[in-house]
Design a protein around this ligand. Structure first.
Ligand code: A2P
Length: 327
């Protein structure tokens, strides 16, 4: 297996390398790729030093899989060039997600959409991954009708720029302003860019990507995406309405049986998921599991995951594992 990580110097790229190391995937050739600015910068992988190359250098290499996390523009240009050479590209950017013939994959849910002909595979948005994974088995059992979700999104979702603003404000400086307002001691009801319909790009990703992953365009989804001064991961308060009556004991059983999900819900001991403990972990944590008090077909849950891990790197590496095993 010859593998490249494009965007290897970035926040997600570095997590991808950590996850590959942890999973013990056998790799015979490894290529870290970054911009011209980072050419020859050293990246450590399994205690060995590798020098960064550029995407143009990568085109001359004979590789099997490239995992991209270097922004939409780099994916737009280079993913098709690699795919034309028969290389599988797992793309973490939003560039290819909504293209009809490109699978949008959470490996626990829809790995079968990957085939020998789908060389570009899109990794969903971080907020979408944790929401659909938590709801996937419940959807199978009870059939989702509606989701109302509020996100509490970590600044790490904005890359280094978000972290730098939070860190500088914590020190009492107001340099490095990336968001339009202070983020320390604040919540911004604004993640991504505003669109004509007054929703944000992050909110529309929750709608469009969920429909595509579940291949069910009938689900009503009402999202509000909020940026919070947190670094460990994204949290989501989810109200889910189903077609059938819910038995709450069964909801626990289903969530306990959902691969990739860990239930943390001992309220007597104040146990519930929190981003501070999700950081660096690969699971999606679910807690505060309650039946709705007014609707027998609805539940409320609280879902937390490290957006750089299952929301990005872990999911992408799981897709790579699936390709290695099945293709
Ligand atoms: P570089 O470090 O050379 O800028 P983040 O989202 O954390 O800011 O990371 C973005 C990643 O994408 C970095 O690894 C960055 O490399 C990489 N990148 C940005 N622009 C390009 C480009 N034109 N070609 C290749 N990699 C790029």
């Amino acid at each position: 297996m010859k593998l490249a990580v494009v965007g290897a110097t970035g926040l997600v790229g570095r997590e991808i390398i950590k996850v590959i190391e942890k999973k013990q995937i056998e790799i015979s050739e490894f290529y870290p790729v970054a911009s011209e600015r980072s050419k020859d910068k050293v990246i450590i992988y399994r205690n060995k030093e590798y020098k960064c190359i550029t995407p143009d250098d990568l085109l001359k290499k004979d590789i099997n899989i490239a995992i991209f996390s270097a922004g939409s523009r780099v994916s737009e240009i280079y993913a098709p060039l690699l795919a034309d050479k028969g290389i599988y590209v797992i793309d973490n950017s939003s560039q290819w997600r909504m293209y009809k013939n490109i699978p949008l994959v959470v490996p626990e849910i829809n790995p079968e959409t990957i085939t020998k002909n789908t060389k570009i595979i899109a990794n969903p948005n971080c907020s979408t991954i944790q929401m659909v994974l938590a709801l996937s088995r419940l959807h199978k059992e009870y059939k989702l009708k509606e989701i109302v979700v509020a996100t509490y999104q970590s600044v790490t979702g904005s890359g280094m720029k978000g972290i730098l603003q939070l860190e500088s404000e914590k020190k009492g400086e107001s340099i490095n302003r990336y968001y339009p307002h202070p983020i320390e001691q604040n919540c911004l009801p604004h993640a991504g860019d505003f669109l004509e319909n007054r929703y944000t790009t992050e909110e529309m990703k929750l709608i469009n990507e969920t429909h595509k992953i579940f291949n069910d365009y009938s689900i009503h989804i009402s999202p509000t995406a909020v940026r919070v001064p947190v670094v460990g991961g994204h949290s989501e308060a989810i109200h889910a309405v189903f077609e059938k009556d819910i038995e709450i004991k069964n909801v626990y059983d289903i969530l306990n049986d959902t691969p990739g999900v860990k239930v943390l819900d001992k309220i007597e001991e104040f146990e519930y998921p929190m981003p501070i403990y999700a950081r660096g972990k690969d699971e999606v944590f679910v807690g505060r599991i309650r039946k709705d008090l007014f609707d027998d077909k609805a539940i409320n849950i609280w879902v937390v995951a490290d957006n750089l891990r299952k929301g990005a790197a872990t999911n992408a590496v799981q897709i790579a594992e699936y390709i290695i095993e099945k293709m």
